[in-house]
Design a protein around this ligand. Structure first.
Ligand SMILES: [Zn+2]
Ligand SMILES: [Zn+2]
Length: 323
C-alpha cells in the first residue's frame, strides 16, 4: 500500500471507530425515593430494581436530603450508574413546591418565599447553588402550580410532564388542563422547558395496586456519548432526550428544515405521531413508524408526541422556530 493510501486508510478507520463510539440512548429515572425518606425500601434494593429492569441510570431523590449513593454503585464495569439527588420539598398551605436537585455537590439550602412563585424560584436557585440540575416536580399534584406561578421562572429547563403516581393530575379533566396543556402555555409564553416522565417511586414492597407509586411506569431516554452523571445531566439540560411510558424511539433528529421521529416497532402495536405548535395546536399527524414535519417558520415552537394503540405515550422536546 502506498504511504498516502495507508494514511487515508488509518484516517478512515479512526472515523469508523468514532462512529462506533458515538452517542447512544440510555434509559433512566430522575425521581425516586428510598426508606431514607418516605419510600419503603433500602437504597441498594431500589437501585437493584432499576438495574435489573434494564435501566442505565437512576437518580435517588429523597426529600430534603442527599442520600449517599457511591457505596451502593460499586461496579464501575456494569452498564448502570446511580446518581445522587435531592427533592427540595416545601408545603405552602396545601400546595406543594417540590423541585429535584439532580447530581448536586451538596444538600440544597432553600428557604420558603412569600408566594408559591418565589418559593419555586428559591428552590431552583438553591439547586443551582448546590451544583445540581433543577427539575420541577408534579406541578398539578394538589393543583399546586399554575402557569402564572411558573412563567417568570429563570435558570430551569426541566419539568415533570408525567409524574406517574395517582394524585399527580397529569391529564385534562373536570375543566382543568393537564400538564401537557400547562407545558404548551409556558412554551407559548416563550419559556423553554423540557418535559420529563418519572416514577416518583415510593412503593417497592408488598402488593401491586393502582394507587401506589410503583417503579417502572414512566422514564426518560437520554442521548449520551458516555454513561456518566455529567453526560446524563448535560443531555437533560439541552433537551436531548424523550419521555416515555412505553414507546421506544429509534431516533429523534431536528435539523434546520425538519423534525423527524422514528419509532421502534413492537409486535402489532400501531403508532401515530402528532406535531404540536403554539398554544398546543396540532400542526400535523402521521401514522406509522416514521414521521417527518417540515418547519414553515411561523410555528413559534414545534414538539412531537407519539401515541400507541396500547395507550402508551412518548414526548419529544420542543424546538423554537425562527422565521
Ligand atoms: Zn414531590
Ligand atoms: Zn418525590
Amino acid at each position: 500500500m502506498k504511504k498516502t493510501a495507508l494514511v487515508m486508510f488509518i484516517i478512515l478507520a479512526a472515523a469508523v471507530g468514532l462512529v462506533a463510539q458515538q452517542a447512544r440512548w440510555v434509559k433512566g429515572n430522575t425521581h425516586t425515593h428510598t426508606n431514607r425518606s418516605d419510600g419503603d425500601e433500602y437504597p441498594h434494593r431500589v437501585a437493584r430494581w432499576y438495574q435489573d429492569h434494564g435501566y442505565n441510570f437512576l437518580f435517588i431523590t429523597d426529600h430534603n436530603m442527599v442520600t449517599a449513593t457511591a457505596a451502593i454503585d460499586s461496579d464501575a464495569a456494569d452498564d448502570f450508574i446511580l446518581i445522587p439527588g435531592e427533592e427540595i420539598s416545601f408545603s405552602l398551605q396545601r400546595r406543594q413546591v417540590h423541585v429535584n436537585s439532580l447530581n448536586p455537590r451538596r444538600p440544597a439550602e432553600a428557604r420558603e418565599g412569600a408566594t408559591v412563585a418565589e418559593t419555586l424560584q428559591n428552590a431552583v436557585d438553591a439547586a443551582r447553588q448546590a451544583g445540581g440540575v433543577p427539575h420541577i416536580n408534579h406541578p398539578f399534584r394538589r393543583w399546586s402550580l399554575s402557569a402564572a406561578d411558573m412563567k417568570g421562572l429563570r435558570d430551569v429547563r426541566l419539568m415533570e410532564l408525567l409524574n406517574m403516581p395517582r394524585e399527580s393530575n397529569n391529564f385534562p379533566a373536570g375543566g382543568r388542563s393537564g400538564t401537557e396543556g400547562l407545558w404548551d402555555q409556558l412554551l407559548s409564553s416563550g419559556l423553554l422547558l423540557y418535559g420529563v416522565a418519572a416514577d416518583d417511586a415510593h412503593d417497592f414492597r408488598g402488593e401491586f395496586l393502582p394507587g401506589l407509586a410503583h417503579p417502572g411506569k414512566g422514564w426518560v431516554v437520554v442521548r449520551v456519548n458516555e454513561l456518566t452523571a455529567a453526560a446524563v445531566c448535560a443531555a437533560l439540560e439541552k433537551g436531548d432526550f424523550y419521555a416515555s411510558t412505553g414507546i421506544e424511539l429509534s431516533d429523534v433528529v431536528c435539523s434546520e428544515k425538519e423534525y423527524r421521529v422514528t419509532v421502534k416497532p413492537h409486535r402489532e402495536t400501531r403508532y401515530t405521531t402528532f406535531f404540536i405548535g403554539n398554544s398546543g395546536r396540532e400542526l400535523a399527524r402521521v401514522d406509522g413508524l416514521e414521521a417527518v414535519y417540515a418547519f414553515r417558520g411561523d410555528e413559534t415552537y414545534v414538539r412531537a408526541k407519539v401515541v400507541s394503540s396500547m395507550g402508551e405515550l412518548a414526548f419529544c422536546q420542543p424546538v423554537f422556530v425562527r422565521k
